[in-house]
Design a protein around this ligand. Structure first.
Ligand SMILES: Cc1cc2nc3c(=O)[nH]c(=O)nc-3n(C[C@H](O)[C@H](O)[C@H](O)COP(=O)(O)OP(=O)(O)OC[C@H]3O[C@@H](n4cnc5c(N)ncnc54)[C@H](O)[C@@H]3O)c2cc1C
Ligand code: FES
Length: 321
């Protein structure tokens, strides 16, 4: 059963059935959710998952207390680190069935209370999904696209890569992780990533879309050693692109996106960045996810919300702190 929240943006709360929840590497899982009547989504958008059983809400108590009689706190939010707030996750893939039912894939890293709970969820469990949320990547006329993803910024690149290939674009993807066992996608069994940063059909999910990948790991355990932004720098410096013929899309750690944005700015290449700020509501209410944006105000900047104005921003607009 679903509840529409907003007819303009066509978002809602949906009950999803977990079809699979498989571990991909040391810390990443891929969860497949089946939902009915999910509105259209586009790459860049995200959903907010309730990372606890909805039928079992965290208990809220009030306590009268004094220094002599301190409160005894027993609520699960305090004692068991069960998350009250939903957690945001990018849509990594979407498959629509013939009867209005949809499957979406989310690839997540277990780093805290919510994602650890999610890692224990079994097939058949019902999850509450709020979405779709946020704006989208814009697919432009340029024939070529370069996608740069780092860590949990790689999953949205999968959905985007699929959409770009569907529009006939030539796509190359750059995937960075701290080490091979933290890569959130499967390496091909027959093609190894290049140690020199050459594009190869070395990541299964991208190879299936006929997209070549460059892999970089901080410790050199897969692909070329070093940062993925450095691998992108070497590639773009060796290519002769008309700036109008290439669009760069990126998601991942902010220093990585800042480096990618600067490389594109120096070359006059359009660059769209998906920011993953800490979020509470995901719907523009709590103001916890601000991004400082270049603006023609007396101060030279204004603040936008990552959850509703973003998460995708033009790299030239972002003022990094
Ligand atoms: C738009 C958007 C899309 C996202 N997409 C994905 C995705 O596809 N896959 C994925 O694994 N993660 C994604 N994230 C990050 C994900 O939301 C957080 O990892 C998750 O909320 C952590 O919840 P938790 O309860 O496990 O961790 P918590 O217990 O809440 O926190 C554990 C640690 O993680 C840090 N942390 C929490 N949220 C973030 C964040 N947004 N950025 C950096 N550090 C954070 C906390 O400061 C703390 O140190 C996305 C975030 C946003 C805003
Ligand atoms: S997360 Fe609440 S305003 Fe953005």
């Amino acid at each position: 059963m679903s509840r529409a929240l907003d007819s303009t943006h066509r978002r809602g709360v949906f009950q999803a059935e977990v079809l699979a929840n498989k571990q991909i590497c040391d810390e990443h899982f891929r969860i497949v959710l089946k939902l009915d009547d999910l509105p259209p989504t586009q790459p860049g958008q995200f959903v907010q998952l309730l990372c606890r059983q909805e039928t079992d809400p965290p208990s809220v108590h009030t306590h009268d207390w004094s220094a002599a009689r301190p409160p005894v706190l027993t609520g699960r939010e305090l004692t068991e680190r069960e998350p009250l707030l939903r957690r945001p996750f990018s849509i990594a893939a979407r498959r629509d069935g013939p009867t209005g039912s949809t499957q979406i894939d989310i690839i997540y890293r277990t780093i805290g209370a919510g994602t650890s709970w999610l890692g224990r969820v079994e097939a058949g469990t019902q999850l509450s999904v709020l979405g779709p949320l946020g704006n989208t990547f814009t697919i432009r006329r340029a024939k070529n696209a370069a996608l740069i993803g780092g860590g949990v910024g790689i999953p949205p690149m999968l959905y985007l890569g699929s959409a770009l290939r569907g529009r006939g674009k030539a796509v190359i993807v750059f995937c960075g992780a701290r080490s091979a066992n933290l890569l959130p996608l499967g390496l091909a069994t027959d093609v190894e990533p290049s140690e020199h940063g050459l594009p190869k059909m070395c990541i299964q999910e991208f190879a299936a879309l006929k997209i070549q990948s460059v892999v970089a790991t901080d410790d050199g355990s897969a692909g070329c050693p070093g940062l993925i932004s450095e691998a992108f720098d070497r590639w773009i410096s060796g290519e002769q692109f008309d700036p109008d013929d290439l669009v760069v899309y990126s998601c991942g750690p902010e220093p990585m996106m800042q480096a990618v944005g600067n490389l594109c700015f120096q070359r006059g290449i359009a660059c769209q960045l998906a920011m993953e700020r800490h979020m509470a509501c995901g719907m523009g209410t709590c103001q916890s996810c601000i991004v400082k944006i270049r603006d023609e105000t007396p101060e030279g900047f204004s603040y936008k919300l990552c959850c509703t104005d973003g998460p995708v921003f033009d790299a030239r607009d972002i003022l990094w702190e």
